[in-house]
Ligand binder design. Structure first.
Ligand SMILES: C[S@@+](CC[C@H](N)C(=O)[O-])C[C@H]1O[C@@H](n2cnc3c(N)ncnc32)[C@H](O)[C@@H]1O
Length: 321
C-alpha cells in the first residue's frame, strides 16, 4: 500500500524557505498525505519534528512508512485538522507548535486509485470519501440531494456555469451508481461546442461533489480558526490552496488576523466604541506565491497552487492598553 502512494509535494522549496526563520520545535503537517512535505522539511531542518495528520487512513499508513527513517522526529495520526486543537492536546505532549502546514485538496494517490471513486478517468462506485469512516458518500449526494441543492453545490464548488443543466440531467438519470455513468451524464448535459475545449467536461462536477462529500470548505474555516489558537508566538501558518474559494477564505482569514479590525471579537452592535485590538499575525505573502514554470512542467497538478503564509505575533491579550 505505502509503496503505491505517490504524490509529489507542491512548492516544497518555498515551504521550507517560509519556515526557515522559525525556531525549531514541533511542526504540524495537517494534511500529511504521503509524507512528501514532511520528509522535505525534516531533511532540511534537523531541529524540527513533525506531527502529521490526515483524515485518510491510507495516507496515514503511507506517511508512517515514508517517515519511518526519521524515528521519533515524525509521528502520524489519523484525524481532521478541523479538530486541530484537540489533536495537538492529545498528541503534542504539551509542546508549543511552531509551524502549521495545510496542503489542501485531494492527493494524487487518492485520485489515481480507482476504487476511491474520486476520478472520472476510471469506473468505480461513487464514493469520494477521504475518511472511510464517515457515512456521507458521493452516492448520497448524487442520488439524494434535491435538484436545486445539487445545482448549488456544482455551481459553487465546481464554479460550473452549466450547473443547472447538469443537476437536471443527474436527477433524470437516477439512480446513478458509478463514476463512469456520472461522467457520461455530465458530458452529455454540456453543450457540444463547450465540450471540445479545455479539460474533461466532468472535472468541475467531480471536484464539486468531492468538496461537498468531504465538507472541505467548512472544515477549512474550522481548521484555520483552530490554527491561530494552536500556533505559538513567531510560529508560522502556511496554506497551499488549489481552488479559488479556498484561496479566498485563506486570504480573508489571514487578512483578518493581520488587521487590527475591531469587529473580530466584538459584537457588531456594542454600545461603546470597541477597544483597539492588536493584530494576531503578520502577513508574509501579500500576494500568494505561485509554482515556478519548471515545477508546473514537472508536475502539472501544481499548476493551480497558491501559497499564503502568516506569522503569529504574540500570545498576549489582544486589546492594546
Ligand atoms: C494534497 S494532499 C497532501 C499531500 C502531502 N502534502 C504530501 O506531500 O504528500 C491532501 C491531503 O489532505 C488530506 N485532508 C483533506 N482534508 C483534510 C482534513 N480536514 N484533515 C486532515 N487531512 C485532510 C487528504 O486526505 C489528503 O491526503
Amino acid at each position: 500500500m505505502a509503496e503505491e502512494f505517490s504524490h509529489l509535494p507542491v512548492m516544497a522549496r518555498e515551504v521550507v524557505e517560509l519556515f526557515r526563520p522559525v525556531p525549531g520545535g514541533m511542526f504540524v503537517d495537517c494534511t500529511v498525505g504521503g509524507g512528501g512535505h514532511a520528509a522535505v522539511l525534516l531533511d532540511a531542518r534537523p531541529e524540527v519534528h513533525v506531527l502529521g495528520l490526515d483524515r485518510d487512513a491510507d495516507a496515514v499508513e503511507a506517511a508512517r512508512s515514508r517517515l519511518a527513517r526519521f524515528g521519533d522526529r515524525a509521528r502520524v495520526v489519523h484525524g481532521g485538522f478541523e479538530r486541530l486543537g484537540e489533536i495537538v492536546e492529545r498528541h503534542g505532549e504539551g509542546e508549543q507548535v511552531m509551524g502549521i502546514l495545510m496542503d489542501l485538496g485531494v492527493s494524487s494517490a487518492q485520485l489515481d486509485r480507482p476504487e476511491r471513486g474520486f476520478s472520472f478517468r476510471f469506473d468505480a462506485p461513487l464514493d469520494m470519501r477521504m475518511d472511510a469512516k464517515q457515512s456521507l458518500t458521493a452516492t448520497e449526494v448524487v442520488n439524494g440531494y434535491e435538484e436545486s441543492q445539487l445545482a448549488l453545490v456544482i455551481s459553487q464548488y465546481g464554479e460550473e456555469r452549466f450547473a443547472r443543466r447538469i443537476a437536471r440531467a443527474i436527477v433524470a438519470a437516477r439512480p446513478v451508481r458509478s463514476t463512469r455513468q456520472l461522467a457520461e451524464i455530465v458530458r452529455d448535459a454540456i453543450p457540444a461546442a463547450t465540450r471540445r475545449r479545455g479539460p474533461h467536461p466532468a472535472r468541475r462536477t467531480f471536484q464539486a461533489i468531492r468538496m461537498e462529500v468531504n465538507r472541505e470548505l467548512p472544515n477549512l474555516a474550522d481548521g484555520l480558526d483552530e490554527s491561530v489558537h494552536v500556533i505559538g508566538p513567531r510560529g508560522r501558518v502556511l496554506v497551499l490552496a488549489y481552488h479559488s474559494l479556498e484561496d479566498r477564505m485563506v486570504k480573508e482569514t489571514f487578512g483578518r488576523w493581520a488587521g487590527a479590525d475591531a469587529d473580530r471579537q466584538v459584537p457588531a452592535k456594542m454600545p461603546v466604541p470597541p477597544p483597539k485590538l492588536r493584530p494576531l499575525a503578520r502577513l508574509l505573502t501579500r500576494k500568494p506565491l505561485r509554482p515556478s514554470a519548471d515545477e508546473v512542467e514537472a508536475n502539472p497538478r501544481a499548476e493551480s497552487a497558491r501559497l499564503r503564509a502568516v506569522e503569529r505575533l504574540s500570545n498576549l491579550p489582544d486589546i492594546v492598553a
